[in-house]
Structures are given as C-alpha cells and as structure tokens.
Design a protein around this ligand. Structure first.
Ligand SMILES: C[S@@+](CC[C@H](N)C(=O)[O-])C[C@H]1O[C@@H](n2cnc3c(N)ncnc32)[C@H](O)[C@@H]1O
Length: 212
C-alpha cells in the first residue's frame, strides 16, 4: 500500500474541528448527503466516523476506509455505536483495498479536498461501484466569487500545512465529471459558521452516477 502523508497534529485536532463544525450545521449537511442511501456503502477517508450515525436503516453494510491510525481508532469506536453495520479498514482512496463492482454507494465527505490524487481517488471509487451505483459527496470547494477566490488562494499554503494537506481551491465538481461521473443533483452553498464565511465555506452536496 502506498503511504499516506502523516499529519499527526491534524489528526489530534480534527476530532475537535469536526465536532465544532457538526455543532454548527455540518450534521445537517451529512444527513442531506446520506438521504436515501441504501445497500452496500464504501466511505472513503472516514475520519472519526462522523457520518456513521446518519446512515439510514436501508444500508446493509458500510466499509469505511481511513489511512490515519488515530482517526481510524476513533472511527472504530463510532462504528460500534452506529445504527448499521460498519467495518473500518486501513487504506488509501487512491488504492482502495476492495473488490471491483462491489458497492451501491461511495461516500466522500470533506476528503477530496485532501487526497493527494483526486483523479486516482475518483477512478477507484468508480472501480468499486456497481455500474448502477452512485457517488454521494459533501465537499468544500473553490469559490465562484473572484474576491473570495483570491482570499482562498492567499490562504492556501498555511491552510494546507495546518489542515492535514487540505486544499482550498479544488474544483471538485469538475473533477467528478472528468472522472466519468454524471452529476445527478448538486447544491452549492456557503457553509457559514455563526453567520460568518470562512475559507472553506463554498461547499457542494450532491449525487453523481457513473456515466456509460
Ligand atoms: C477533513 S477529514 C474528513 C473526515 C471525514 N470524511 C468527515 O467527513 O469528517 C479528511 C480525511 O481524509 C483522510 N485522508 C487524507 N488523505 C487520504 C487518502 N489519500 N485516502 C483516504 N483518506 C485520506 C484523512 O485521514 C482524514 O480522515
């Protein structure tokens, strides 16, 4: 397996960041992303397992892939309390340790901002999805507003260093389409915390299907 970049400080901080974001609206975004999900699910870069408790009962299994050991241990705890069966495994988005055509849904939340190789990760998601499967995504992306985009560019390097390799200026919607998915629905919004924008505010939630 290729090695994930190690971000021990971020791994220590992320549980608090995720809890803060969840308390300020991210829970609703996670629920929106997972509405109607059913069958066998692969969750890519599951972090602490913040999505697990939001899977609907129609989900028969979640295989949650997470490369970072500290976050993976927290995900294992969350899996034990999840309302559906969740198996947490080590692995990278770019080399999923999973079979072809095995999943009904692939879930990416706040992870395509961070993976090293976005086309590689999306190609892997496509490989493990059944042809009838779907990609559910909740991601922060580059802004469509020029002024805000300039601010994102200026902050990109310190943000990446402090944020475990997180990129502020990725055009993830375009990357999903380039990877051979057709967007079925997408909601673009600014995730304001306490009414305020932050560099990661421009966000998308949606569904895409492998195009033929
Ligand atoms: C911002 S956190 C998001 C975690 C979780 N998906 C969530 O919604 O809270 C980014 C996650 O991506 C993981 N990650 C980073 N590079 C990865 C890669 N190449 N493959 C899979 N996961 C990766 C990190 O370990 C971390 O758990």
């Amino acid at each position: 397996m290729a090695k994930a970049m190690s971000h021990p400080v971020f791994a220590r901080l992320y549980p608090r960041i995720a809890a803060f974001a969840d308390a300020h609206g991210s829970i609703e975004h996670r629920q929106e992303m997972l509405t109607g999900v059913r069958g066998r699910v692969v969750e890519i870069g599951a972090g602490t397992g913040s999505n697990f408790r939001h899977y609907p009962p129609e989900v028969t299994q979640v295989v949650a892939v997470e490369p970072e050991p500290r976050l993976r241990a927290l995900a294992e705890k969350a899996a034990a309390e999840a309302p559906v069966p969740v198996d947490v495994v080590a692995g990278l988005a770019e080399e999923l340790p999973l079979e072809d055509d095995g999943f009904d849904v692939a879930v990416c939340s706040l992870v395509l901002c961070t993976v090293k190789d976005v086309p590689g990760a999306l190609a892997e998601a496509r490989r493990v999805l059944k042809p009838s499967g779907e990609l559910r995504f909740y991601e922060h992306v580059r802004s469509e507003r020029p002024g805000f985009r300039r601010a994102q560019k200026a902050l990109a390097l310190p943000w990446r260093l402090a944020g475990g390799g997180c990129h502020l200026t990725r055009d993830t919607e375009h990357a999903i389409q380039e990877a051979g998915f057709a967007i079925q629905d997408i909601r673009r919004f600014y995730f304001l915390i306490n009414g305020r924008a932050n560099p990661a505010s421009p966000s998308i939630i949606g569904t895409a299907r492998p195009s033929t």
